[in-house]
Write a protein that binds this ligand. Sequence first.
Ligand SMILES: Cc1cc2nc3c(=O)[nH]c(=O)nc-3n(C[C@H](O)[C@H](O)[C@H](O)COP(=O)(O)OP(=O)(O)OC[C@H]3O[C@@H](n4cnc5c(N)ncnc54)[C@H](O)[C@@H]3O)c2cc1C
Length: 525
Amino acid sequence: MRRLSADVVVIGGGATGAGVVRDVAMRGYSAILVDRADLAQGTTGRYHGLLHSGGRYVVSDPRSATECAEENAIVTRIHADAVERTGGLFVVTPADDLEFSDRFLRGAIDTKVPVEEISLAEAFKREPRLNPGIQRAFAVQDGSVDGWQMVWGAANSAKNYGAQILTYHEVVKIDTADGAVKAVHCVDRKTGEDVAIEAGFVINAAGAWSGRIAAMADCPDVEVVPGRGIMIAMNHRLVNHVVNRCVYPADGDIIVPVHTVCIIGTTDVKADDPDHLSIPRDEVQKMLDDGDLLVPGFREARAVHAWAGARPLVKDARVSATDTRHMSRGMSVLDHAERDGVKGLLTITGGKLTTYRLMAEHVVDQMCEQLGDPRPCRTADEAVPKSESGANYLVTHRLGEREHDRLDDQVLCECELMTKKMFVEALDEQPRGSFDDLRRQLRLGMGPCQGGFCSMRATGVALETGHIDIDRATELLRLFLKNRWIGLWPILHGEQLRQTALDNWMFHSTLNIDHLPESTQEVAL
Ligand SMILES: Cc1cc2nc3c(=O)[nH]c(=O)nc-3n(C[C@H](O)[C@H](O)[C@H](O)COP(=O)(O)OP(=O)(O)OC[C@H]3O[C@@H](n4cnc5c(N)ncnc54)[C@H](O)[C@@H]3O)c2cc1C
């Protein structure tokens, strides 16, 4: 058994946990973050990509609206490399009630969310594909944010302040004694080794799974309801601004341009288990229809991938237990000393990715108060590594970089312009990483071919450079294709069906991938 100790153990490596570990480390505590998978592989890696301006909540949730507006400015600055300042529009489509747009405008003034009404001519100039029947348009400061990059930025900042980040470490038990938390027990999922971490304080940031973590410390009935939402990526940026319907928050009312694609979302249905989220075909159809209302012709465009995530919604006594659309998006901190008589344990959940930093600040303030050791939060003052220049992400940046190395660096993924050098550097940094771990950082296989060509090339390069042997290569490739398939089958029609048939022929006929020898190595995660 490996034994470690830290002032603070943070459970969960999504946006919230990464924000907490960064904050704790910047305040001078020794800290360890554990996640059962890679960073941002939970809800944070399965969300819509919108850095909220606050506009969405000006009528439904004024407090969240103000928090989003303030945090939008901070996150754009401290995570410059992960945020694209696309700007956003709220538009009243022919199907929407014009009266709501007056409430929207009043709400924006009350909540201090910057909103400017623009002429329809200006709206069509900014977004030529918009529904020509729109009745009114407002400009807001929405952006798009890469959740993986943001979380790794926060984690790398925490590391620079001495924190340890342990991915693939699953918490299986929490020791308490004399009414306080003493240690967190994990299993290293890559090696099978048991790991015991002696902890002065534990912060549970396990999102939709935080009820299960609290129960391990004898704190029962923490009800976090997983609110399942699906999203679909289309193969182009059909819009270059975030386009929202100006309505009370509903399904399928936002299109977000993210990197080279745009994403329509989302639904909101109570799920029973955050580990098993379905992508029903009727919801896929609804998303495409809703997209069509904002951008006519949307449903004829090529859908490349679908996925689902689970909102960690704290059960709200005001609404029915299954009505997740109307449960609060606000953050909740549970003090288990007060609630369950277990000292040294706080749960932080709810909220949004946009407000992750503020959530961390709240919970770490509360921890300091309990420890009688007030130390100020500095996370808003300092940019994370690679964002120090303040230059925000530009979708054309890889194309610009190719201008300099196009003669001596080979492209492995044409859709996302991922080069051999980028792939090999990532492998050097994460020699035990799966191709999905690398995908989240490099966008390997996230374009129209969904890995059809690039996954084969990437496997060859990993073999050729000696990073993996033939057994592991086969298993990693199989796992990667299997995971891509989960997001492909619900949207198979039109051009994407032809592409998938081609990929299938290559992998199953030419490579006969299903019948290559089984590996003795455990890579299925
Ligand atoms: C469909 C959808 C769309 C959304 N769109 C947006 C948006 O556009 N903009 C926005 O601001 N917000 C959005 N959100 C909300 C936002 O994504 C979430 O609020 C946020 O990502 C939650 O982060 P988290 O860190 O709390 O949870 P998670 O990211 O789920 O992190 C929890 C972590 O805990 C880990 N864990 C679980 N069990 C264990 C264990 N036993 N041991 C160790 N680790 C464990 C998991 O692996 C996971 O990584 C959306 C949410 C959904 C579902």
